[in-house]
Design a protein around this ligand. Sequence first.
Ligand SMILES: Cc1cc2nc3c(=O)[nH]c(=O)nc-3n(C[C@H](O)[C@H](O)[C@H](O)COP(=O)(O)OP(=O)(O)OC[C@H]3O[C@@H](n4cnc5c(N)ncnc54)[C@H](O)[C@@H]3O)c2cc1C
Ligand code: SF4
Length: 255
Amino acid sequence: MHGGTEVVPLLRAGILDATSLVDIRGVVPRGIAGDRIGAGATLAELECDPQVPEALREACRLAASPQLRNMGSLAGNLLQETRCWYWRLGHPCRLHGGEECFAIEGEHREHAIFANGFCASAHPSDVAAALLALGATLRTTARTLPLQELYRVPTEDDRRTTTLEPDELILDVELPEVERSVYLKAMERKRWSFPIVGVAAARVGETTRIALAGVAPIPWLLDGTLDDATPLPRNAYKVDVANALVRRARAALAA
Ligand SMILES: Cc1cc2nc3c(=O)[nH]c(=O)nc-3n(C[C@H](O)[C@H](O)[C@H](O)COP(=O)(O)OP(=O)(O)OC[C@H]3O[C@@H](n4cnc5c(N)ncnc54)[C@H](O)[C@@H]3O)c2cc1C
Ligand code: SF4
C-alpha cells in the first residue's frame, strides 16, 4: 500500500484479506520534474503545483477531503476500486465473481451510462479522467503504456478492471504538452464527494480530447458522442449532466 486510504477501508470491510502489508512509499518515485510526475506524489502536492496542467490540478483539488489528499497518492487513486454499494458491502455480484449484477436490476442512480451491460459500476477517479484527456503515458516496473491501456471493461471471462499484474508497480506518469485543459465535476455535495459525472478536456491545436469520470466501469474517453450512452432506467439524468459539462468544458477551452 501507499497512502492506505483505499487499502485500509477495504481490509476493514473484509473485502481485502492480507497477512502482511508492504509499505511502498520508499520505492515509488515522488515529485514533479518537467513533464514527469512520480506516481507517489500525493493529490495535495499536485493540486497546487503550477507545473501541473490545470485539468489535473483541478481534478485533485476536487477529489476527496484535504486529509485524504494529503495521504492519497496518484497511483493509488488510479487503482482505487469501484464505489458501487453492492460491491463495497460484499454482495456476491459479478465483479466479486458471482452471477448477477445487483445494480442493473436494483439501485443504480449513480452507476454507469456506458459499457454497463455486464457490470454497471462507475469509475470514481477524477484524476484518471484528467490524465486520460491529457494523453498521459504510464511507466511501470514492467512496461510503458498509454493510460487507457491500464484499464479494461470487465467481462464474463475476466472480471478485472485493470491490466496491472500482481507484481507490477506504477512508477511515474508522463504528460505531453497541451495548450489548455480543464476539469469540471458534478457531485452530490460541493466537497468530499465522488463524481456523479466528471469531464476533463484538453486541447492541442485543432484537437480536443475529452474524458469522463463516473460514467463507465473504467475512465471513459469520449470518442463518439454522448448520444451513444446506454443509461439504465434511473440514471439517464447523467447523460444531461455530462452534456452540460462537456459544453461548458469546450467553451472554457475556447475562451
Ligand atoms: C471518503 C473518500 C472519498 C474519496 N473521494 C474521491 C473523489 O472524490 N475523487 C477521487 O478521484 N478519488 C476519491 N477518493 C479516492 C482517493 O483519492 C484514493 O483513496 C487515494 O488517492 C488512494 O491513494 P493511496 O496512496 O492512499 O492508495 P492505497 O490505499 O495505498 O492503494 C490503493 C491501491 O493502489 C495500489 N497501489 C498504490 N500505489 C501503487 C503503485 N505505485 N503501483 C501499483 N499499485 C499501487 C495498492 O496496492 C492498492 O491496490 C476518495 C477516497 C475516500 C476514502
Ligand atoms: S455494478 Fe458491478 S460492482 Fe456493482 S453490483 Fe453490478 S457487477 Fe457488482
